[in-house]
Design a protein around this ligand. Structure first.
Ligand code: F0G
Length: 480
């Protein structure tokens, strides 16, 4: 952050753009039509109709010139590729682990880890679930226990490490179940579904101690590690003088297995599992070959593998990893100043809007976060992601599982948007907040049984979107 003459603090980009992509802002009626076509599901919008794509940071972070250059020297070969040995060496250097398995993306790691470690009746304690990690554990007959600290689900908070695990709860769960029922404990860096919130180094050390005392494996999902590293460095007093590399190594020393989505960590497209235990490695190696590809490419293009290797090294550079969190903090603080309910403190990944507060008049059964995501797209061309009841599966009796949090996530893929983009987003969302009573709920017209948030189609419960469009044109005197 840099302070201007006026006293205003702004994030300053430590990079310059050398390749750009044209985007367009369509008139509001066209955006409304596109939303209707997409069944009020932002996943089903076409990119040509989107102005700012804030759906996710997955696979869409801007690459560096060094990453692009590395892609040219990728060594294409089914077995024994030099690219793999560079990837393996970088991960060994950063995490200090003996065995490295490449995969095509994060959920492939979760498939393999769960198949090897989870059995019928297993319980996996974790700080908080991610959709795919939970699904793979359950597919293998296990269940999960979320042991997040109480502050974690408080939307307005000043607690700096809302992704921490509650150590007392972990100890009592182990006492209750016995260690044999627990194949591993999972800690997610930059905890996605609670707003990209970090754990502290102190906390993962404590979790690790409990795991070691009970001979339980500690697995870290490092997909969002870069944001978490930035927060440890800037928020945790004991770590201010440590380098990012030192913090990374201390975190890794706590863990038995580290896996990651290379669509996030390393800013390319792929994934990997790192571990020390040879017996587990041998079992995983077989599954890797069955599901992903040979052990020296694991379903990844060698170009992407080469880019991840460089991306991992760049993750050790504070200037590089601070860009995302600083832009998110700026956006979150500006929205907060304008009274818009946002998750605080700002986390990583994106700016998270609290839909339960924003549209408090919409009951959870009418999908407030889904309706808000649709409204944001219509009035701004910005595509966000619903993270609430719509993203849950129904209960066996057919009723909705009401989510703990109703969020609209506006991801900030790293190095993609400029400050004027962010100011535009803040402006339009503030207008929407001032006109929030116009937004009403949604109902399903096509509802798949599983993963309904990806493929399901909905419609507004009334003609509220027409009224929203009319008010927008009246207030702004423009259709853009
Ligand atoms: N773990 C975390 C914490 C994630 O955020 C993701 C993906 C995965 C695992 C799965 O990785 O997509 O490479 O298979 N998150 C994306 C998102 C989808 O938009 O937040 P993947």
């Amino acid at each position: 952050m840099i302070k201007l003459l006026s006293g205003e603090k702004i994030p300053l980009e430590m990079h310059k753009a050398r390749i750009v992509q044209k985007i367009s802002l369509k008139p509001i009626e066209e955006r409304e039509n596109a939303m209707v076509e997409a069944g009020f599901n932002t996943f089903l919008l076409r990119n040509r109709d989107v102005f700012m794509d804030m759906l996710t940071d997955s696979g869409v972070n801007a690459m560096s010139d060094k990453q692009q250059a590395a892609m040219f020297i990728a060594d294409d070969s089914y077995a024994g590729s030099e690219t793999f040995y560079r990837f393996e060496a970088k991960l060994k250097e950063l995490f200090g682990m003996n065995f490295i398995l490449p995969t095509h993306q994060g959920r492939a790691c979760e498939n393999i880890i769960s198949k090897v470690l989870v059995e019928e009746g297993s319980v996996v304690p974790m700080n908080y679930h991610f959709t795919t990690s939970k699904a793979h554990i359950m597919l293998n007959g296990g269940s999960i226990e979320e042991l997040l600290i109480e502050e974690g689900l408080e939307t307005k908070s000043s607690f700096l490490f809302k992704g921490n695990m509650d150590i007392k709860k972990l100890k009592s769960l182990i006492n209750k179940l016995g260690r044999d029922k627990i194949p591993f404990v999972r800690m997610e860096a930059g905890t996605n579904l609670i707003g990209g919130q970090p754990f502290s180094l102190e906390n993962i050390k404590e979790v690790s101690k409990v795991c070691k005392d009970n001979s339980i494996i500690l697995v870290m999902d490092a997909s969002l590690l870069s944001d978490n590293l930035h927060f440890i460095k800037t928020r945790e007093d004991a770590c201010r003088s440590m380098s990012i590399k030192e913090i990374t190594k201390e975190i890794a020393d706590c863990c038995d297995i580290i896996y990651f989505s290379g669509r996030k960590l390393g800013s390319a497209r792929g994934g990997g599992i790192c571990l020390n235990n040879e017996e587990i490695y041998s079992k995983m190696k077989v599954l890797l070959t069955l599901y992903e590809g040979f052990i020296t490419y694991g379903g990844m293009s060698v170009k992407e593998m080469e880019a991840i290797t460089v991306g991992l090294e760049e993750t050790m550079d504070e200037d590089i990893i601070s860009q995302g969190p600083q832009f998110i903090e700026f956006m979150t603080n500006e929205l907060k100043k304008n009274g818009v309910p946002v998750i605080t403190p700002a986390g990583g990944l994106g700016c998270h809007i609290d839909a339960l507060q924003f549209v408090s008049h919409i009951p959870q059964e009418k999908y407030p976060a889904g309706a808000l995501a649709a409204a944001i797209y219509i009035i701004s061309g910005i595509r966000g992601m619903e993270r609430g009841t719509l993203s849950e599966e129904r209960q066996t009796d057919g009723s909705d599982t009401l989510a703990n949090l109703e969020l609209v996530r506006l991801a900030l893929p790293r190095r993609v948007f400029s400050l004027s983009h962010v100011k535009y987003a803040v402006d339009r969302i503030t207008w929407l907040y001032q006109n929030r009573e116009l937004i009403e709920g949604l109902k399903f017209t096509e509802e798949p049984e599983i993963l309904r948030f990806f493929f399901g189609k909905l419609e507004p419960v009334s003609s509220w979107t027409n009224r929203l469009v009319e008010k927008f044109i009246e207030d702004f005197q423009t259709k853009l």
